[in-house]
Design a protein around this ligand. Structure first.
Ligand code: AMP
Ligand code: ZN
Length: 112
């Protein structure tokens, strides 16, 4: 499948990895929007948050577990933000489910 994050998960496109296990990969975003900007993806292809089902939601929970571990390791004690952009209105640009871990600065609300 011609999916850039599937290719990253398979190691066919290089990425700056911060964490990997059999289910999840985390790597630095190419265009960082904060001092810490990591993407967490399931290795299996899930197109977006609307494709989360009882059958695949375990990996989504695992993504949040890995995000918490990375936030602790990266000393984001002041807090951080986990973001999922979904679909056209959500400004999703890569059609493979991913969670942004953003930290190292104070965020604004509401997002634009
Ligand atoms: P989204 O707009 O939520 O779909 O987020 C996609 C993110 O993927 C953007 O923040 C891009 O900067 C990032 N991105 C796209 N291609 C790559 C890549 N090859 N390596 C790392 N980050 C990427
Ligand atoms: Zn994919």
């Amino acid at each position: 499948m011609d999916c850039i994050f599937c290719k990253i998960a398979r190691g066919e496109i290089p990425s700056n990895k911060v964490y990997e296990d059999d289910q999840v990969l985390a790597f630095y975003d190419l265009d960082p929007q904060a001092p810490v900007h990591i993407l967490l993806i399931p290795k299996e292809h899930i197109g977006s948050a609307v494709e989360i089902t009882p059958q695949n939601s375990g990996v989504v929970a695992h993504i949040f577990e890995v995000a918490a571990k990375l936030a602790r390791e990266l000393h984001l004690e002041n807090g951080f933000r986990l973001v999922n952009n979904c679909g056209k209105d959500g400004q999703q640009t890569v059609q493979h489910l991913h969670v942004h871990l953003l930290g190292g600065r104070s965020m604004t609300w509401p997002p634009g």
